[in-house]
Ligand binder design. Sequence first.
Ligand SMILES: [Zn+2]
Length: 409
Amino acid sequence: MAKIIRAVGHSPISRQYTASAIFANIFHNGPITQREISRTAGLSFATVTSVVSGLEKKGIIRRSDESSTNGGRPAALYKCNSTYRYVMGIEARKDELLFIVSDLGGDVLSQKRTAFDKKIGKDGFLTLLVQGAKEQIDLFKGKEAKFLGIGVGAAGLVNPNDGSVAILTHLSNWGSVPVKQILEEEVGLKVFVHNLAAAAVLGESWYGLGRGRQNFLYLSVTDGVGGGIVINGRLYTGASGTAGEFGHITVDDHGPVCTCGNIGCLETFISIPAIIESARKSLVDGVSSAIQEIAGGPLSTITFTTLIEAAKREDKLAYKLFTDVGRYLGEGVVSLVNLLNPELIIIGGDLVRAGSLILDPVKDVLKRQALEVARKSVEIDFSELGGSASALGSLVPLIEEFVASPLLD
Ligand SMILES: [Zn+2]
């Protein structure tokens, strides 16, 4: 390693910088030839050859099976050796923990969901968190040293200074939850903690539909409505970090009271609990429907899955519920399109399971109400990350840090 470093620069910082620039090129653009790296990174061919050789010896990069025949002699193509290091991502929701282990390429090697009841309290929650993380590492016996760290995406307000979660949504009586501190002490790995929505945006941006996109919005609809705004390739967080709270756009001045204290917020119409509540209310009012029969029990047994099933069987009430949700969501989307002119809107969260029942009415409203120029340049689609966007996104900063200093690790 010392030899490589001497060959590429004069001060330790510039050497590391050079190695990092070359590795970043291979990581993001590989498979790539040394000639192409030299051109795109603006470094001499000799420097590139020297660093590439060092990175290859350490096993951080490897030669691709193919070679480039672009313009004459075949040249070796290099790419990141994804399995060189592992990272863990944890998604902490109000009633569930999702643990994933991925390699540097975002390929998920293992995953586990653990449901919990808020009655377990803060200490019970932290115990589950630590146990779950340790369990994942135990699955990789003998390879524990490969773990770069743990990224956590938590539902709540994250204190960026100490990685504690000030309010884990719906568990406000827990106070501050020292997620980072406990995990670092108990598991012995470096821990980054992010807000759930911000983590999901990173996940979409690296591994999902947001790849290569500079201006996009991510909207997540599950128990609440959250999301993020990416402008010029960067997450826009706003003056105090609350940007992307799409759920509190007013869509009906006479609507229900929202948890934020306002009236008729988007969230009060399109969150999953709101949709289920609306179905129950209609049934109590005597609207004829097969929903209850499909649920097979009292009103309390109706779930989101019941409603999807009913709509698929062309139940009029279920169908109307989804059309209404799509319409409200569409109105919110129109405001966002007119205001921000994004190239893409990604919808994630459990609402995705309703598929075209939701997406069609959203597109209808968009077509009718959005400004023409903005509408013509926007695509709208469902996330393809299957509910793991936040877990995947939460580990991105660990990979970014590794890419920035591959020879220091
Ligand atoms: Zn609200």
